[in-house]
Design a protein around this ligand. Structure first.
Ligand code: GLA
Length: 383
């Protein structure tokens, strides 16, 4: 952190007055369940985005990105104007705070990050959260943690038009070192933590391919889920979201909705079930059973939710043939991005090498591999 603060000082000529850092996240089980008010098992990763700032005169903010070397500017005089570059996440946060009645004036800021970009590890949520925490400190804005997560979600939903749930910001804020967190997105709370079994690691393998219609596809999936929930509401009294539906109730209602809506709902209800089942298996020490749920989750993404890609499917297929892996699945929104693999720690490096070599020879693209450590949630940086 010191070198980041020093770079800020060298770039702007004086030290920052507030700084914070926030991690990326991995969705372990519970795909597209958050906006259906369901359950998710997730964790924060050790890779963080750091954000530092100090106030300045006028209305124009400067944002220096030390990773890319870009310097961006945006004007707080027109909060509705959405920047085309990465500063949109910071300006969007200022706008969300303004909507909540907090006035933020111009500042100079800088960021540094080790969270892979556009991969499905929520680099945008990490930036929103780190910016929010630092701005909050500088301007005396005291929100509870869930509300900070809602501010970040608001940036995505209202400013950028992606109707995402709370998972990314929530995990970035509530993550706990060395533990996964089981979250309930109806009550918006962490229900408990669950340790990754001793001797196993999460290997992230990035397909390096991103579908370019991600946001619109995401919103269409969400609309399908809501349509299915509406049908279920007319059958199951009191059911407001897919979270309230059991697999049996859904099966009974199969003929009452389109096949597509049924498969979307089956994925979400199945994922909520797998999350709860996964935690039980972990408690019972059944790591193989836990890993198998990752495969089931992926197959449901591929067949029911249709948010996989041939590249992601291939990475999961490799997990079945390369020794050392107990489970693999796409993680995050889908339509490209990353897969996560549950691998015996002593085999992890060799496993990553073999999978990425096979992936490269088939696709011509080198997959980025990270043996992930589970990190702590967002925090202020002491200056
Ligand atoms: C993206 C969204 C999250 C969540 C996941 C899928 O990461 O931002 O809110 O819906 O996809 O589980």
């Amino acid at each position: 952190m010191k070198s980041f603060i020093d770079k800020f000082t060298a770039f702007y000529g004086s030290a920052p007055t507030a700084a914070a850092m926030a991690p990326g996240r991995l969705e372990i089980l519970g795909n597209h369940t958050d906006y259906n008010q369901g359950f998710v098992l997730s964790c924060a990763v050790a890779q963080n985005t750091a954000f530092a700032m100090k106030r300045t005169e006028g209305t124009v903010c400067t944002l220096r990105d030390f990773r890319s070397g870009a310097t961006m500017e945006f004007d707080l005089a027109d909060l509705d104007d959405v920047p085309r570059n990465g500063s949109r996440y910071v300006k969007g946060m200022v706008k969300e705070l303004a909507k909540r009645g907090y006035k933020v004036t111009a500042f100079d800021a800088a960021i540094e990050s080790s969270v892979p970009l556009s991969a499905g590890m929520s680099s945008s949520a990490a930036l929103e959260t780190a910016a929010g925490y630092a701005i909050g400190k500088e301007f005396g804005i005291d929100l509870d943690k869930a509300e900070w997560a809602r501010c970040g979600q608001g940036v995505e939903n209202n400013y950028l038009g992606l109707k995402s749930g709370l998972l990314d910001q929530f995990s970035s804020i509530f993550g706990k070192r060395d533990s996964m967190i089981l979250s309930d997105f109806r009550t918006v709370e962490v229900l408990r933590t669950a340790a990754l079994p001793e001797g196993y690691s999460i290997v992230v393998i990035n397909s390096m391919k991103k579908h370019n219609l991600v946001d619109s596809e995401y919103n269409v999936r969400r609309a399908d889920c809501e349509a299915a929930a509406k049908v279920m509401n007319s059958i199951v009294p009191g059911a407001t979201t897919l979270r309230d539906i059991s697999l049996e109730q859904l099966a009974d209602a199969k003929g009452k909705m389109s096949d597509r809506e049924y498969r979307r709902a089956l994925h979400v209800v199945g994922e909520c079930t797998r999350v709860m089942e996964g935690v039980k298996l972990l408690d019972a020490g059944d790591v193989a059973g836990f890993g198998d749920l990752w495969f089931q989750s992926h197959y449901s993404s591929r067949d029911n939710f249709e948010n996989s890609t041939p590249e992601l499917d291939y990475l999961v297929e490799l997990a079945k043939s390369v020794p050392g892996c107990l489970g693999a699945r796409l993680s995050g929104g889908g339509f490209g991005g990353i897969t996560i693999h549950l691998v015996a720690s002593d085999a992890a490096e060799e496993y990553a090498k073999r999978v990425s070599a096979a992936y490269e020879s088939k696709t011509g693209t080198a997959a980025e591999c990270i043996i992930c450590n589970i990190g702590d949630g967002a925090k202020l940086i002491e200056l």
